[in-house]
Design a protein around this ligand. Structure first.
Ligand code: NAP
Length: 309
């Protein structure tokens, strides 16, 4: 019997218990799934960052901690966590992100807000360019960034992607490293941030970097709030350097009601909904990782602590 501790509070036990049990059965795993165990009896921990479990020291026999979130910045630095940590990559989450990014990119590309703002009887014609005339850059070419880049390229946008190490993604101009960033930003009429939050990526989009974008660029941030320096973005919006920003993630969540992003006429605030982990598909990933681990195979999506993601 494999002992699996469900240690997440959000998402809830009620949401995940049945999908996990179904997925374990489908994978042929004999699992005792519970919310409490003596720590030394736990083989695997299903985890999410807001959990009450923050000290992993007593879990001496635990073979892996399986995070239900894609981002691991809130757990990767926990010094008591010496067990392998896997993050969530799930089909439902990826499709959600592709739909969110594609939808908001098209909204800005077609300047839908302009028409919403001018329902006043005037017949001022404005014909937006075709996608092929609108270069897009995606910072981060991982599971989510690469999928979004390819979806945008299929619509005809010339897409540049940027990563830490060299990547090859079909149909995408791939750049990497600090030297690739200048070029990636210089053409980006729409900039999509899909980087993890690490010491290297925090505050990446500051005044200097925002100034490297073409004037009037649009920013979509479904990555993490601290990738952007808030005050620098507000100043760039006010100067016209940045035309609009659609932000899904923030330094403080929920975004405080007094934060200037709420009141800015060219900022759209979304409440961290770009891509949710879906219980059914995520449970299958958890089960597959336990199956692999028990069979001595390589686990999926294991986090590299030295990189921080
Ligand atoms: P991933 O597969 O780990 O990909 C991360 C990408 O970022 C990789 O291409 C990586 O480069 C690149 N990168 C990391 N550090 C870099 C640096 N210093 N310079 C240049 N590139 C760097 O992650 P993912 O699954 O695509 O997820 C990306 C992020 O999306 C998550 O970390 C999370 O913050 C966010 N997210 C948001 C939501 C939401 O609802 N808003 C939902 C899920 C995830 P390499 O390819 O060289 O490794």
């Amino acid at each position: 019997m494999i002992n699996v501790l469900y240690a997440a509070t959000s998402p809830t036990w009620e949401e995940y218990e049945a999908p996990l049990r179904r997925a374990f059965d489908a994978a042929g795993l004999a699992v005792d799934l519970r919310r409490d165990f003596a720590p030394e009896k736990v083989d695997y921990i299903v985890y999410a960052p807001a959990s009450e479990l923050t000290d992993f020291t007593p879990y001496v026999n635990t073979k892996a901690v399986l995070n239900l979130w894609a981002g691991v910045e809130k757990i990767v630095g926990n010094t008591t966590l010496t067990q392998p940590l896997c993050r969530m990559v799930d089909h439902g989450l990826t499709r959600g992100m592709v739909e969110w990014v594609t939808g908001h990119a098209l909204r800005h590309h077609l300047d839908i807000d302009h028409f919403l703002d001018h329902q006043d009887g005037s017949w001022a014609r404005y014909v937006p360019p075709l996608a092929q005339e609108r270069p897009v850059t995606v910072l981060g070419l991982g599971e989510l960034g690469a999928a979004c880049a390819q979806s945008l390229a299929q619509l005809g946008f010339p897409v540049t992607g940027w990563s830490r190490s060299p990547r090859a993604v079909e149909g995408i101009t791939c750049l990497h490293g600090p030297e690739g960033l200048d070029q990636a930003l210089s053409t980006a009429q729409i900039l999509v941030l899909l980087l993890p939050l690490t010491p290297e990526t925090e505050n990446l989009l500051d005044a200097h970097r925002l100034a490297q974008l073409p004037r009037g660029a649009v920013i979509l941030n479904p990555g993490r709030g601290p990738l952007i320096v808030d005050q620098d973005l507000l100043a760039a919006l006010d100067s016209g350097q940045i035309h609009r920003a659609t932000l899904d993630v923030f330094r403080e969540e929920p975004l405080p009601p007094a934060h200037p992003f709420w009141a800015h006429p060219r900022v759209t605030v979304c409440p961290h909904i770009a891509a949710e982990t879906r219980a059914t598909t995520a449970a299958e990933v958890v089960a597959e990782n336990i199956r692999r681990s028990e069979a001595g195979e390589e686990r999926l999506f294991q986090v590299d602590r030295s990189r921080g993601y």
